[in-house]
Ligand binder design. Structure first.
Ligand code: SIN
Length: 474
């Protein structure tokens, strides 16, 4: 692991397995209390000097990091594919997406400013400064092992915070790759550290208890996010939580059906459905429901399932046994309650799940309440705008929602009524570096990306200066 500019080991080790083959592809040191404390000390010491560097200096380093990432696209992509099973073409796309956050924040980081406010007193000057919040602890997920690192670290480093990344046990290698490139371009010791561990609770406890760590940023499940929220209360850390989703995708009767099918496939089956923003409920207007279902089934049956290192593969394995079992249990529960499988549904070897479309889905089915995180698309019919908006909002989650229509008034009103942080109008893939990413309710707190992403790593300081007089000496 990478601590204080050194590649260090630990007492215990853990294996990283390919979800495609089950083979061990690496063994990594497993950090405990000692390594976590070393990292916290180094992040805290480095913060004192890093925060004093200029934004121009930090952003030039980020630009060099960006160039290095782009140069290593193929190596990073293969690492992603091997450790978590994302098809290689998609993995290359993730590297470019990950780099786009570094690119964006290398520019945006130069634009952190303050404000001045007029005072009611002639002898006072009121102003604000924005300053880095302090050392950051970033817990990153396995489903986007590259992009979720850069979406958190690029803004943190740009404004002068230092960061400790704890990557997931399933996919820690990509994080080490990014740390190596940061080291290669001259990133100072302690500014970016990666601690690998098979015992995340112990490592995280050290960070929660340490008052010098001023911010927690986490992407992962709602259940874990709520626990981290509680644990961070003791040292009252700033928090960004990007948690689960259960995205509705609403297709109105005036939609361009072929385009809507393409976008549903892209949204639902990207990363084999292991995406917080992928749709988990597809509402289709009753008048077009059977036509849409037929077209979707044809498109889904064409998706090539297989070895994620092959260029032709569109659907790789799920990350582990638990992920596979959850997806299969959602299919089984839906079928037991009367849903029909119109594509896929055949059990496969290993962690693979055949992309599946379910018709005649109803609100009582498990898939309508829980995030599947797998390649299963449930279809539900609706009759009116009001009915479908009420159904879409009847969820504890509020991350992303999508709608498809050619009617501008309808698009605007429905987008306003949906209680979600991000809305795709005729767009199944709205995420981009310059826009805010994040949700409401059980989907989390805070926003990443855009200028909002910088604010998460800044504290506002108010300075009131009282002058000795109000006018110039004559
Ligand atoms: C996620 O689902 O975890 C991130 C997806 C995105 O950035 O589009």
């Amino acid at each position: 692991m990478f601590v204080n500019g050194q590649w260090i080991s630990a007492f215990g080790w853990f294996p990283v397995r390919s979800p495609a083959t089950g083979e061990i592809i690496a063994e990594l040191p497993s950090a405990g209390i000692e390594e976590a404390m070393l990292a916290a000390d180094a992040a805290s010491a480095a913060f004192q000097t890093w925060r004093q560097t200029t934004a121009h200096h930090r952003c030039a380093l980020l630009r060099a990091w960006y160039n290095a990432v782009i140069e290593h696209t193929e190596g990073i992509a293969r690492t992603i594919t091997m450790e978590m099973g994302k098809p290689i073409q998609e993995a290359r796309g993730e590297v470019v997406y990950a780099a786009s956050f570094i690119d964006w924040f290398a520019e945006e980081g130069r634009r952190v400013g303050g404000e001045s406010m007029p005072s009611q007193h002639g002898d006072k000057r009121l102003a604000t400064l924005q300053q880095p919040v302090g050392p950051v602890y970033a817990i990153t997920p396995w489903n986007f092992p590259a992009a979720m690192i850069t979406r958190k670290l690029a803004p943190a480093l740009a404004v002068g915070c230092t960061a400790i990344v704890k990557p997931p046990v399933q996919a820690p290698l990509t994080a080490l790759y990014f740390a190596k490139l940061w080291e290669d371009v001259g990133g100072p010791p302690g500014t970016l550290q990666v601690i690998t561990t098979a015992d995340p609770r112990t490592v995280s406890q050290v960070m929660f208890d340490d008052p010098r760590i001023r911010k927690l940023t986490f992407t992962g499940s709602t259940e874990v996010g709520k626990r981290l929220y509680e644990q961070s209360a003791k040292t009252l850390k700033r928090m960004s939580l990007e948690l689960g989703g259960h995205a509705p995708f609403i297709i109105f009767e005036d939609a361009d059906l072929d385009a809507a099918v393409d976008e549903v496939v892209a949204c639902k089956f990207r990363n084999a459905g292991q995406t917080c923003v992928c749709t988990n409920r597809i509402y289709v207007h009753r008048s077009i429901a059977s036509q849409f279902a037929e077209k979707l089934a044809v498109a889904v049956n064409r998706l090539q399932v297989g070895d994620p290192l092959l260029e032709s593969t569109r659907i790789g394995p799920l990350v582990d046994e638990h992920a596979r079992d959850k997806a299969l249990s959602h299919i089984a529960d839906a079928v037991a309650q009367g849903a029909r499988i119109i594509a896929g549904g055949v059990r496969m070897e290993g962690f693979y799940v055949q992309p599946t479309v379910l018709q005649d889905v109803t609100a009582t089915m498990l898939i309508m309440q829980e995030e599947t995180f797998g390649p299963v698309a449930p279809l539900i019919t609706f009759d009116s705008e009001a009915e479908v908006v009420a159904a879409a909002n009847a969820s504890p989650y509020g991350l992303a929602a999508y709608l498809w229509t050619r009617n501008l008034t309808r698009a605007q009103l429905v987008a306003e009524a949906l209680e979600y942080g991000m809305i795709g109008v005729n767009d199944g893939a709205p995420s981009t570096a310059q826009a805010p990413f994040g949700g409401n309710k059980d989907s989390g707190l805070g926003r990443e990306g855009g200028h909002w992403g910088l604010q998460e790593y800044l504290d506002v300081k108010f300075i009131s200066t009282k002058l000795e007089r109000c006018t110039l000496e004559s």
